[in-house]
Design a protein around this ligand. Structure first.
Ligand code: ACO
Length: 368
C-alpha cells in the first residue's frame, strides 16, 4: 500500500503594511463602493522595500514547521509556487532552503499562477505516495504588488502580497490529500499575462516605457472562465475521491473575487457558510490565497481534524484545479522549533559554504 500524504503543519506570513480602498482612491480613479461591490475587497497587504517573495515564503515555512513540530533538516522536498519569484533563476525555493537551513531538501519553483498551490500540493503528494520522500514543504508566495501597474485601475485594486505554507508528511493511516485534478488551456494565455521580461520580449527601455512588465488582464473573460471551472473542478475532485458533495465540510476557494466564489457555490448548491472567505482583508494573493485562508479557517475553528475539505482555484495560463483533503493535524509530539537559533546557525552555515567555495576557487585558480 502506498503511504498517504497528510498535512501536518500550516503557516502564513503577510506584510504589516496595509493598503485600503481609501488609499487607492488617492492613486487612481476608483472608489471603495465600486471595489467592494465588484470584488469584495476592502484592503490588502503590500510588501515594503526589505520584504520579498522569499522572505514571506521563509516566514510562512517556519510557522508551518513549528505547527508540525518538524525541524528544517528533516524536510526532503521544498516546492515554492509563485508567479512573482525573487529572480528568473535561481529558484525562490533554493533561497528558502538556504534561509531555513533545510540541508537535506531538494528545492524547485512551480509556476501555474493562482492554481499553483493546488498543483504544488499534488506534486508533493505524489512524491510522498511514491515513497521517494517522507516530509515535504509546499509554499505559495507572492509579491504581485511589484508587478502591478499602479496607474491601471482595472488591476491594481485586485492584488495583495502574502505567503502560506503546508508541511506534508507520509503516514500509513488513510487521510491527507485524497484526490486532485489539474487542468490547463493555453489558448487563453493572452487573457492574463505579464508580457515582457521573459525570452519572448526581453526587458528594454521600450517595454518599460509601455509598462509591458506589469500585469495585463481581460477581467471580463477571466471572470467568465473562472465561474465555469470552479464548480466543475470541485465536482471532479469529489468524484475522484468517490465522495458526494454532502460529504464535504468546507470549501476553501482561491480568493480572487467574491462574486466568482458566490457563483461557484451556487453552481454546487453549497451553502455560503460551508465556504471560507477572507478576500475582504487580503485581496487576491494569487497562489498564496488558499494556504492563507486555510490558516485563518483553522484559527477560527472552521476546519477540524477528519473534515473533508476541497481546495479549488483558477488562474493565468489558463490553469485551474482542485484538491480534496481529509484534514489531519500534527503527527509529532510537541517540540519547540527555535527559529532564532536556527536563523543564526543557518546564516553561519550559508557563510561557511560560500567560504569553502571561495577557497576551492583559489585552489583551482578560478575565483568567482
Ligand atoms: N474603479 C472604478 N471603475 C472601474 C474600476 C475601478 N477599479 N475598474 C474598472 N472600472 C470600470 C470599467 O472601466 C468599466 O467602465 P465602462 O463601463 O465605462 O467601460 C466598468 O467599471 C465595468 O468594468 P468591468 O470590467 O465590466 O467590471 P466587472 O464587473 O467585470 O469587474 C473585475 C471587473 C473586478 C476585474 C472582474 O472582471 C474580475 O474580477 N475578473 C476576474 C479577475 C481575476 O480574478 N483575475 C485574477 C486571476 S488569478 C491569477 O492568475 C493572478
Amino acid at each position: 500500500m502506498s503511504p498517504y500524504a497528510h498535512i501536518t503543519g500550516w503557516g502564513m506570513a503577510v506584510p504589516a503594511k496595509v493598503l485600503t480602498n481609501e488609499d487607492l482612491e488617492k492613486m487612481v480613479d476608483t472608489n471603495d463602493e465600486w471595489i467592494q461591490s465588484r470584488t469584495g475587497i476592502r484592503e490588502r497587504h503590500i510588501v515594503n522595500d526589505e520584504e520579498s517573495t522569499a522572505s514571506l515564503a521563509k516566514d510562512a515555512a517556519l510557522n508551518a514547521l513549528r505547527v508540525a513540530n518538524l525541524n528544517p533538516t528533516e524536510v526532503e522536498l521544498i516546492i515554492v509556487s509563485t508567479s512573482s519569484p525573487e529572480h528568473i533563476f535561481p529558484a525562490t525555493a533554493c533561497l528558502v532552503q538556504d534561509q531555513i537551513g533545510a540541508s537535506h531538501a531538494g528545492a524547485f519553483d512551480l509556476l501555474a499562477a493562482c492554481s499553483g498551490f493546488i498543483y504544488a500540493l499534488n506534486m508533493a503528494t505524489q512524491a510522498i505516495r511514491s515513497g521517494s520522500v517522507k516530509n515535504a514543504l509546499v509554499i505559495g508566495a507572492e509579491t504581485l504588488s511589484r508587478f502591478v501597474n499602479w496607474e491601471d485601475r482595472n488591476t491594481c485594486v485586485l492584488f495583495g502580497d502574502g505567503a502560506g505554507a503546508f508541511v506534508l508528511q507520509s503516514g500509513d493511516e488513510p487521510g491527507g490529500v485524497l484526490s486532485a485534478v489539474m487542468r490547463s488551456d493555453g489558448s487563453g494565455a493572452n487573457l492574463l499575462t505579464v508580457p515582457a521580461g521573459g525570452s519572448h520580449l526581453p526587458t528594454s527601455s521600450e517595454t518599460i516605457l509601455h509598462k509591458q512588465h506589469t500585469i495585463h488582464m481581460n477581467g471580463r473573460e477571466v471572470f467568465r472562465f473562472a465561474t465555469r471551472v470552479m464548480a466543475q473542478a470541485t465536482k471532479e475532485v469529489i468524484a475522484a475521491a468517490q465522495l458526494q458533495i454532502e460529504d464535504i465540510q468546507l470549501v476553501i476557494p482561491h480568493q480572487a473575487n467574491l462574486r466568482i466564489i458566490e457563483a461557484a457555490m451556487r453552481g454546487l448548491d453549497i451553502p455560503k457558510d460551508q465556504c471560507f472567505i477572507n478576500i475582504e482583508r487580503y485581496g487576491n494573493t494569487s497562489t498564496a490565497s488558499i494556504p492563507i485562508a486555510t490558516c485563518e479557517a483553522i484559527q477560527q475553528g472552521r476546519l477540524h481534524s477528519g473534515d473533508n475539505t476541497v481546495f479549488v482555484g483558477f488562474g493565468a495560463g489558463l490553469t485551474w484545479g482542485a484538491a480534496l483533503v481529509r484534514w489531519s493535524g500534527p503527527f509529532l509530539p510537541y517540540r519547540h522549533i527555535y527559529p532564532a537559533s536556527y536563523r543564526l546557525w543557518v546564516a553561519i552555515r550559508s557563510k561557511l559554504l560560500r567560504m569553502v567555495r571561495r577557497i576551492e576557487g583559489w585552489i583551482w585558480g578560478r575565483n568567482i
